[in-house]
Write a protein that binds this ligand. Structure first.
Ligand code: T46
Length: 135
């Protein structure tokens, strides 16, 4: 699997800028939930889990943060610094977020409502599920 960054086209006019995100266009799944992360304390690492089925798109509206993505075969890091791009977080991708700037506002669009049973919060369990899928 490769990790995908979606580029958004800002609409500019005399007032400033606007980016529209539409289901089926910039967002490749039905949007059932929106949440945003802000005020993350210095040095904090968030995430540290994978989702079983949930699809998400993360957009850094202001400031910056780093995503570390691992699907069991490939590990990549993405520094999100622009509100014109969205990082897709697909199912079965272990992800961690760190280096949040003080002004970071991270918007996340999700394909389903909050469900704790969709989370895989143990790295050992994640590794063993990936192994089972590959063998
Ligand atoms: C993810 C990354 C990118 C809710 O009550 N409803 C919600 O919709 C969410 C997302 C969280 N919560 C509660 C659960 C925890 O008590 O808010 C608290 C913080 O959640 P969590 O520690 O899971 O936050 P992060 O930043 O580690 O992870 C979040 C999302 O939970 C996760 O799905 O992929 O952002």
């Amino acid at each position: 699997m490769s990790f995908e960054i979606n580029q958004f086209t800002p609409r500019g006019d005399s007032q400033g800028w606007l980016i529209a995100l539409e289901e089926g266009r910039q967002v490749p799944f039905p949007i059932k939930r929106v949440y945003y992360i802000f005020g993350t304390k210095p040095g904090v690492k968030r995430g540290k889990h994978a989702h079983r089925k949930l699809r998400q798109l993360a957009i850094c509206l202001s400031g910056s943060c780093r995503f570390i993505m691992d699907d069991g075969a490939t590990r990549n890091e993405f520094l999100l610094t622009s509100n014109t791009q969205g990082l897709q977080i697909d199912p079965m991708v272990w992800h961690e977020m760190e280096e949040f700037s003080a002004d970071c506002v991270l918007l996340v669009l999700a394909s389903d409502i909050y469900d704790e049973s969709d989370y895989i919060r143990s790295k050992d369990e994640f590794d063993s599920l990936v192994y089972q899928r590959q063998h």
